[in-house]
Design a protein around this ligand. Structure first.
Ligand SMILES: [Cu+2]
Length: 220
């Protein structure tokens, strides 16, 4: 929470990850946001613009984004060979980037790994933040956590549904300045990893999951 406040992530969802219950009923929005509550379906292309004054989510400078990325390297045990990050303890913080500079399009990065498998202990409270460092048309990104495995179709949400956990609305791409002078949209969600099993974090932007923008999320 401290970190989230420090980087100015204002909008957050609190949800309970429970396979048996419709999550929308347990989700709750607080701390601002765009007035779009949980369960909002993606509004085709309306988020397709760079960060501007209308963005009510968190905003990071380049320097803050670099600190955020560095912190991400200390939040779990990184196994680059297996492409896994294993978290421990009752409170887990995950700093995720959508398309970190220097990485391929349509990827998530955690601790410098691309689309890693994230392993979280059963019962942990998970603070998940996504920062969009991507740029350009159709490069808004979001995240939903779903038990539905790949492959994903063009409109992944038609297959995954709204998911169990969501980072939304879609984060606009970086402002139209150079990388070092741009601002980066950020959103956080907090949930309890209540059900053991294998899930997937998936980008709901059309075509992105189809092109590989997803990774495994294991609770055990
Ligand atoms: Cu995406």
């Amino acid at each position: 929470m401290f970190r989230q406040r420090q980087i100015g992530v204002r909008a957050a969802l609190v949800v309970a990850l429970s396979l048996g219950a419709p999550v929308a009923s347990t989700a709750q929005m607080y701390g601002g946001g765009n007035g779009m509550g949980p369960g909002m379906m993606m509004g085709g292309g309306e988020a397709n613009h760079p960060v501007d004054a209308n963005w009510n989510g968190g905003l990071l400078s380049y320097g803050q984004a670099q600190t955020y990325i560095r912190d991400g390297h200390n939040q779990g045990k990184v196994n680059a060979k297996a492409n896994t990050v294993t978290y421990s303890g009752p409170d887990v913080t995950i700093n995720m980037v959508a398309v970190q500079p220097g990485h391929d399009d349509q990827t998530f990065e955690v601790a410098g790994l691309t689309n890693p498998t994230l392993i979280v202990p059963l019962g942990a409270t998970v603070h998940l933040t996504v920062v969009n460092m991507d740029y350009g048309d159709n490069m808004e990104h979001g995240l939903i956590l779903t038990p539905a495995p790949p492959p994903y179709p063009y409109i992944s949400m038609m297959y995954t549904g709204p998911g169990l956990v969501r980072v939304e609305p879609l984060l606009p791409w970086r402002s139209e300045k150079d990388v070092a002078q741009a601002h980066y949209a950020a959103l956080s969600t907090t949930f309890v990893a209540r059900d053991p099993g294998r899930f997937w974090y998936v980008c709901p932007t059309p075509k992105h999951a189809e092109q590989g923008m997803y990774g495994k999320f294991e609770i055990r």
